[in-house]
Design a protein around this ligand. Structure first.
Ligand SMILES: NC(=O)c1ccc[n+]([C@@H]2O[C@H](COP(=O)([O-])OP(=O)(O)OC[C@H]3O[C@@H](n4cnc5c(N)ncnc54)[C@H](O)[C@@H]3O)[C@@H](O)[C@H]2O)c1
Length: 464
């Protein structure tokens, strides 16, 4: 099929590249010219494992092209995906839909009659947005005198990929959700996704094989547009709830004297609960959970429902970010003048995305307390320099530079490289041997043998 994708972020670029890999003719549009220039030059605008191996062959074959500034090629498409950002409004007062509005307007301005089209919204949006997008597109078409002849369906098709494993998730999704009333649009999308649903495609060589134990064929769920939109919000709200829940249990473990890792293992073996998303720590971050909870809460409140559980999940998470700072204060007392090393900046491993990353709040708090903060991340230091050019924070090139003369080391992101550090070397370089592990990745790693005072989250501290 001929596909157009609006937005070349994590969702748009991975979706476009995957559909090109499956043999479709894909045009990726973005209003960010710099981003498109990079992509045309064969480079990626962000770090995402395996994405390069899908983008470059398709680009060289000529069935994945990148366009900025002009939208004429939208008219050639059978299916148009909207994959633009939907950030929170300032103060968490709902969702800023201006990028979706602009995308819908561009579509309405360009389309000419002559062929059936499906407009698919993949951006995560408040309830009713599918209807709103359809109305916007049709209003523009009406103004241009094209509405009556146009055969057009609009669909909500939420995306569930995770940054860090986005390519894998798009090729091997747990489910595909389609929200629309138009049967022909469902048939079109079923056809487009058929290789993924039936797992009949050849995956990119670098990607692991299809997951075992997953449903095959992939469940293809046809629901109402509001149902599709709420499935996405509810999924993220549930995942955020699971993390905030285990963090609350971790905090209770600390005061009562149990080990949250034991509790999580015991909980996770219950099949009704499952083991995923039960790692206690400094809490969730990223561009989605906070924004989507905000969006869902704003929707509920606008219709007279106070979402008490979601509010608590949200508040607990932002409070949780400070647990590592409190632990440092307990261990070092006054932090003014102390050199604190922060390992991990991205909101999770395998990405350089810093949106709503817990590290940012931790660093801000440490700086406000007068600590001399140093940071290191295996891939996100460049993104951090662009986002926070604070001269008070020293961005280090390697772990050696990070820990040299430090009074405390805080782990904020669970990069696998953390476990591989040479702890004798680290101990020899630090001024005080203190580690606060905001992800519990070093727990049980025998750090005591190198003389470290170690504290995790929800793990009892052995009397000294
Ligand atoms: N990042 C994720 O893990 C993830 C997962 C699932 C769903 N989502 C949702 O998908 C949507 C996109 O997220 P993302 O992380 O890919 O965003 P992003 O910020 O990485 O990318 C959005 C891109 O859209 C471009 N854009 C904005 N307006 C445009 C327009 N009118 N025409 C063309 N391009 C335009 C921007 O320049 C930017 O490059 C959001 O609603 C998000 O909530 C994100």
């Amino acid at each position: 099929m001929r596909i157009s994708v609006l937005g070349t972020g994590y969702v748009g670029l991975v979706t476009g590249a995957a559909l090109a890999h499956l043999g479709n003719q894909v045009v990726c549009h973005d209003i960010d010219r710099e981003r498109i220039d990079l992509l045309r030059a064969g480079r990626l605008p962000f770090y995402e494992p395996h994405l390069d191996e899908v983008v470059q062959p398709a680009r060289r074959r000529g069935n994945l092209i990148f366009v900025s500034g002009e939208f004429a090629l939208l008219n050639e498409a059978d299916v148009i995906f909207i994959c633009v950002g939907t950030p929170s409004l300032p103060g968490g007062k709902g969702i800023d839909l201006r990028f979706v509005r602009a995308a819908a307007t561009q579509i309405g301005e360009i389309l000419e009659p002559g062929r059936r089209r499906v407009v698919v919204n993949k951006s995560t949006v408040p309830l009713g947005s599918r209807c709103w997008v359809e109305t916007l597109v049709k209003e523009v078409l009406h103004r241009r005198g094209r509405r009556r002849e146009m055969e057009l369906a609009t669909v909500s098709n939420p995306e569930f990929l995770r940054e860090g494993s986005a390519v894998y998730d798009v090729f091997f999704p747990d489910r595909i959700v389609i929200g629309t009333e138009d049967e022909w649009a469902v048939e079109t999308l079923h056809e487009l996704y058929r290789p993924i649903i039936e797992r009949s495609f050849t995956p990119p060589a670098s990607l692991a094989a299809a997951p075992s134990g997953q449903f095959s064929p992939v469940p293809f769920l046809w629901v109402s547009p509001a149902g599709a939109e709420l499935i996405k919000y509810a999924a993220n709200a549930f995942l955020a709830t699971k993390i905030s829940f285990i963090n609350e249990i971790a905090n209770i473990c600390e005061v009562l004297g149990a080990d949250v890792r034991e509790v999580a293992t015991g909980l996770g073996l219950d099949r009704r609960i499952g083991p995923e998303f039960l790692a206690a720590g400094v809490g969730w971050g990223g561009s989605c959970f906070g924004k989507d909870l905000n969006g869902l809460m704003a929707d509920a409140r606008a219709y007279g429902y106070e979402p008490a559980l979601l509010r608590a999940v949200f508040d607990l998470n932002y409070r949780q970010r400070m647990v590592v700072v409190k632990k440092l204060q307990n261990l070092l007392k006054t932090l003014r003048g102390m050199v604190i090393a922060v390992y991990g900046l991205s909101f999770k491993p395998q990405t350089d995305d810093l949106r709503d990353a817990p590290s940012l709040d931790v660093i801000k708090k440490l700086v406000s307390l007068g600590a001399l903060v140093r940071v290191f991340d295996p891939v996100a230091t460049g993104a951090f320099r662009r986002l926070c050019p604070d001269p008070e924070v020293k961005v280090c090139h390697d772990p050696d530079e990070l820990v040299e003369g430090a009074d405390g080391l805080v782990i904020v992101t669970e990069w696998p490289q953390v476990k591989e550090l040479d702890w004798e070397r680290v101990a020899n370089r630090m001024r005080r041997k203190i580690i606060v592990d905001g992800r519990n990745v070093l727990a049980g790693g025998g750090l005591e043998q190198y003389g470290f005072a170690y504290q995790g989250v929800g793990i009892p501290v052995r009397p000294g």
